[in-house]
Design a binder for this molecule. Structure first.
Ligand code: GAR
Length: 212
């Protein structure tokens, strides 16, 4: 059985991109730690099963993580995809799902882990920004990278315009990464992820662009 669990906390646009991708998954379950997450409504519209585990009703991180793990295990997922899940997970939780816990982050990791990635990118004056899908390790927003997308930072960019263009790319690369995993196209070699069917090579993005 190929079951997929998606964890969300809010808007759920990456979750929607995953639901639209039409994976070969027998069952998709969306779990939110936030009862008011707008993504829950979207998930129901797509026919996914939804579960809410409100972290505020638990005395500490460990008991929340234990309850979350119970719900996840009941789904017997091949993969757990964090899609805007804004809770730090305990080491024990991360270890339990090592190698099948994926995350999407709005920067080219290891640059800009944490929050406010687009504002920090603008502040640093970098010319190329983007997003990363990676396997989760005990270190926040860190771990073996599956796929990244890069976009140029334009002189007129604001935090909002940059966030919007990065988000477009998130919606492209996350379904791709999850598909590779669900179809066993990913192999781990030490701390690296090898994509078996990768056909894209030798592409470069220059920002500013080079003259012809
Ligand atoms: C996305 O941009 C995702 O990359 C980010 O939260 C947003 C959630 O949006 N995740 C992180 O920052 C994780 N460190 P969404 O709910 O519309 O997918």
């Amino acid at each position: 059985m190929k079951s997929l669990v998606i964890l969300i906390s809010g808007r759920g646009s990456n979750m929607q991109a995953l639901l639209e991708a039409g994976f070969q998954a027998d069952r998709i379950t969306v779990i939110s730690n936030n009862p008011n997450a707008t993504g829950l409504e979207i998930a129901r519209k797509y026919g996914a099963k939804t579960i809410v585990i409100d972290h505020r009703t638990f005395p500490d991180r460990q008991t929340f993580d234990t309850a979350l793990a119970e719900k996840i295990d009941a789904c017997q997922p091949k993969l757990i995809a964090l899609a805007g899940f804004m809770r730090i997970l305990s080491d024990r939780f991360v270890q339990r799902y090592q190698g099948r816990l994926m995350n999407i982050h709005p920067s080219l990791l290891p640059a800009f882990p944490g929050l406010g990635t687009h504002a920090r990118a603008l502040q640093e004056g970098i010319k190329i920004h983007g997003c990363t899908v990676h396997f989760v390790t005990a270190q926040l927003d860190h771990g073996p990278v599956v796929i990244q997308a890069a976009i140029p930072v334009l002189p007129e960019d604001t935090e909002e315009t940059l966030a919007a263009r990065v988000l477009q790319q998130e919606h492209r690369i996350y379904p791709q990464a999850v598909r590779w995993f669900m179809e066993d196209q990913i192999r781990f070699t030490e701390n690296h992820v090898e994509v078996i069917d990768s056909s894209v090579r030798e592409i470069a993005l220059y920002s500013p662009g080079l003259p012809e």
